[in-house]
Design a protein around this ligand. Sequence first.
Ligand SMILES: [Zn+2]
Length: 876
Amino acid sequence: MSSRQAIRRLDYTPPSYLIDRVDLTFELSDTHAKVISRLIIKRNIGVSSDTPLVLHGEELTLESIKLDGTPLTSAHYVIDDSTLTIASMPDDGILEITTRLLPAENTSLMGLYQSNGNFFTQCEAEGFRKITYYLDRPDVMAKFTTTIIADKTKFPVLLSNGNRVGSGQLDKNRHWVKWVDPFKKPAYLFALVAGKLVVLAGTHTTPSKRCINIEIYVEPGNLDKCHHALAAAQKAMAWDEERFGLEYDLDTYMIVAVSDFNMGAMENKGLNIFNTKFVLAKPDTATDVDFDGIDSVVAHEYFHNWTGNRVTCRDWFQLSLKEGLTVYRDQEFSSDIGSRAVQRISNVRALRETQFAEDAGPQAHPIRPDEYLEINNFYTWTIYEKGSEVVRMYATLLGTDGFRAGMDLYFKRHDGQAVTCDDFRAAMADANGTNLDQFERWYSQAGTPVLSAKAEYNEAAQTYTLSVTQSCAATPGQAEKLPFHLPFAIGLIDRRGQDLPLQLAGEIAAKGSTRVLEITNTTQTFTFINVPCPPVPSLLRDFSAPVVLDFAYSDDELVFLMANDSDAFARWEAANTFALQLLKNQYAAAGRGETLAAPAAFIAAYQKLLTSDKLDPALVALMLELPRENYLLEQLSDVDPVRLYEVCRALKQQIARELRQELLAVYQRLNDGAPYAYDGEQVARRSLKNICLDYLAELDESMISSLIAKQYQRADNMTDRLAALKALVNRDGGEAQLADFAAQWQSDALVMDKWFTLQATSRRPGALSRVQQLLEHPAFSIKNPNKVRSLITAFCLANPPHFHAADGYGYAFAADHIIALDAINPQIAARLASSFNRWTKVDAGRRELMKQELERIRGTEGLSSDTFEIVTKALG
Ligand SMILES: [Zn+2]
């Protein structure tokens, strides 16, 4: 099927042919789809007349092809399994191609497919070629017209991109709707939806007084779960107008929810298609985390209308141009509508748990990769999350106004174009009259830089000198790294806990109490003057760059920062560093057969957090959360994940025992029975209450059992109910409550996903056999990505002690399902295969078992290029 030929960034050439207009007609029936595509094609300037036209196409049945009205025969063209080539093309012409598809049999969920009988499309990155023969590359931008014809009873709603310009009746109970998209776009932004759907509608009025219709389409029965998504779309529109001066450009903005979807959501022009997970929510079915996720994904896809659609990518190596920038935009949106501190800490924690591991492993790649076998494998943490950190660094270096000026220039120069990451960087540099040449290394070098800092206080001179050295470990294909250009935000705190005004040597006066130091060299030294006492440094404030900070803080300094740092991120980071260091020591001790208890200072610092009435409860909750096992695993080598889990568990139990009173007091104070509302204050209180419950669940007391059971029974919302159920499952199995929960929610697919995940991630014995039984559960389907993620992927990626069981059964289970899934949906199989990425981190026995399974997967006949690429890189 695949030639396994790597595609390289430096091989880019402009397209030989361009498409001005596309007129598509879809005739949909229960069993198949007929697609008639009329393309107005012209040869690109400067391309010689004997250059053949090569269209992309996969898994298509060609019915006919005409050039300027004349049918072509097989003598005029050549078809193989990925292209259709016409050797002799005029300078311009009209191609009419008719293809036939079988959407009901399309389990890859790329191109046109069916879900619960309705039709949907997914074309990014290269799905359009599974619909018709086309120049399926993002730098070919055309105006699309789409006519859909289908049975009126079975498919009353027919949607595509742009504006609805006509509709009518046909024979045999059929109807048609015609859509025209006035904006040029690449084929990956094409979308079509046909089915039995209901709509929730709202409006938004722009500053230029245009009234935009917002329409959310879902399956009947789900209308009462769309209000949060609608409000999110309205907030996102207002925010983008206010923050970046960007208005929506069509009359209607549509969101359609589908339960079979490979990703989170897709930003097709005017017709976003979403995983139901990021649309459907009401308090009794969705948690606070779900509501927050809907805000952020709705905003993300909406923001793409400018960063991705109006200005798109020249080629797929530039993916981070739209994704890194749009993730940055949605993170800023979430910070503005919620808590900036909580948002930042959560984003950084996710970055470190996922992207740092990717950057340190066999799949490491720069945010603008140099080559790939399968582009679907490059929708990675690096492209999205690190890409967003790189965009954030522009904003930190240039300031809010400088960044806005760069964005304005970017749109002014490139609206309607397909461009590169270099174009974005040039706009930022030119708008600010600054040189960002060295900053390019963030796009070309993989790996997480390490920033080592050393400090010295000179009492006689009243100076504080900070020396900073940067380095970056080798990554596959990149042995040597050059120094990065990065912003290093710092503060100095005096003994009373106050930020000192900061004055660098050579400056006339102090300027602020947080300074952004620009790092460009391997080693740099900064001397602060007029420092009256030895300060405690607060380094990498707000996580100003995606680096690992190496600074030898003492335990006392960490406790001091936990209590005093004015920067919320740095304050959380002190707690995190303290716990991380302790767990590493405890793990090492356990390896020697010893038990190392947490020191009194550690417990006292936690006690102070629990008894403080000044701190934001959400921040306290984040500070109380111990580092997760997968993050710890990255800090160690030759790891026994079972021992690591036992060490984490023991620390949690010690905290629960020694702070029982404080935990219980906070729990009882916050468990006030107020009716549920999704607002910042309540979310913060619930997050702290439920982390207290999570600790208390470690205590083997009947009083605690009844407290958890009471929360489970009385909760008026899913956040509290699920927290209680999790506590029960990890404590004693919670069999009765699990059965009760399933009986209540069996018809709600998204709630059942939570039920699967709770059991897949249970640390109690027998998790794997439970997962194997659940594969047979009527609510599970291996063809549905949400189900695979909630059960199989959750077990492999979020249950380290059971996935890494010493007998290797967890690995064999994962490999069996990667192989089975590869034949159904290669994208989902490849994602699951990434659970083997860090096989060199575990101990020798497990390493050998993981390697055997990787080799077994690689040896599977007919393996997709998606899975082949991941597994081959993992084996190295
Ligand atoms: Zn995106």
